[in-house]
Design a protein around this ligand. Sequence first.
Ligand code: NAD
Length: 252
Amino acid sequence: MAEQFDGKVALVTGSGNGIGRATALAFAREKARIVVSDIDAEAGEETVRMIQGLGSEAIFVKADVGEESDIRALVEAAVKAYGALDCAVNNAGIEGEVLPIADNPVENWERVLRINLTGVWLSMKYEIRQMLKQGGGAIVNMASIEGLIAFPGASPYVAAKHGVNGITKTAALELMQANIRVNSVCPGFIDTAMVDRIKTPVPELEAVISMSPAGRKGRPDEIAEAVIWLCSDKASFVSGHTLTVDGAYVVQ
Ligand code: NAD
């Protein structure tokens, strides 16, 4: 699969860290031109340097995925820099506070929904407008196993990720005739700062992971490879799909 994205333009939100950065680097190895975006400029600029170190091209555009004006400007910047938008990975997300519903502040609910669900919807809205102009494209939205099953204490996150899978399927139906494929990926527990931050009230998380079928967390690059395949022409008849990448967690 060497250099299958040569000359293609790929946008990855939340690519300053974790799964987003691994995805941006995977596109770089395939010689795509990459638009790195994050709310954290320092982290995003570091990803750009890592991409350049692999001999590929990238720009950084700061954007908060929950702000419509930021997303409009992000897609405009991508097209201004590289003339097109072939692949978009809507990855930015937060874990929010883990609390039972009865104790969960509405501010936490609204923040998680704004970034994890509205952020994906807004990103798709402007990416789709550009892809319609060009006559095609591929979008991958980052959901989670929490978009398939529930975890106690994670009601806003679970709601948002179920929503991401729902709007992915809706977009796939709206856009198949327009040569735009839309899929989602549902990672299990992956070794990033996000999982490290989830400390309370689930101190048993590490035990849950070690007792899972894989007995370990996934690596960010194991998610990136699934994203890359969904964006590639090898997945030309795959749209509206929810691809679980979780070391058999949800089937146990
Ligand atoms: P991470 O915290 O390592 O990275 C997330 C990135 O998103 C950070 O660089 C952060 O600055 C950025 N970000 C946060 N809010 C933003 C905003 N409003 N606008 C733009 N960027 C923003 O997390 P990760 O583990 O790499 O998670 C990436 C995605 O994968 C998220 O959508 C997450 O829900 C999903 N996911 C992660 C796991 C896991 O176990 N790590 C499992 C399932 C799904």
